[in-house]
Design a protein around this ligand. Structure first.
Ligand SMILES: [Mg+2]
Length: 141
């Protein structure tokens, strides 16, 4: 029997990434793991999409967030989302970046993201991250 992660660990996922090649790769990996995902290409749209999904009673469980994006970067978008929503309604945010400098790692930790995945994007690391996010979201239920 094939173990499909998306069935075992279902998550509603938003990708916030301005580079089309990157989001296509990420979306393809998610598809192979059994997840549908929506894409936005800047931080401002990530904030709007998060609120819209909540208003439609289908909140995102996880945002895979690039850092460098137009209009609003991923760090600011994450802070905006966390400041606008009560904690029980906040999605988990995992930063996806090619610039995993100690400074960025520290910023990500400080603003309360749920981890950082480095580019180039690796399928196994994405799978491990999704599984961990699912377990974190369900550890009290
Ligand atoms: Mg970018």
């Amino acid at each position: 029997m094939v173990d499909i992660l998306g069935q075992r660990c279902p998550l509603h996922i938003l990708i916030a990434e301005d580079n089309q090649l990157n989001w296509r790769i990420l979306q393809r990996i998610l598809k192979k793991l059994g997840y549908d995902s929506k894409v936005v290409e800047n931080g401002l749209d990530a904030v709007d999409a998060t609120e819209a999904a909540l208003a439609e009673a289908r909140p995102y469980d996880l945002i895979l967030m690039d850092i460098q994006m137009p209009k609003m970067d991923g760090i600011m978008a994450t802070q905006e989302i966390f400041s606008r929503l009560p904690i029980e309604q906040q999605p988990q945010v995992v930063i996806v970046t090619a610039n995993a400098t100690p400074e960025y790692i520290e910023i990500c930790r400080r603003i309360g993201t749920h981890g950082l995945v480095t580019k180039p994007i690796d399928k196994q690391r994405i799978a491990d991250t999704l599984e961990r996010c699912y377990q974190d979201a369900h550890k009290n239920s």
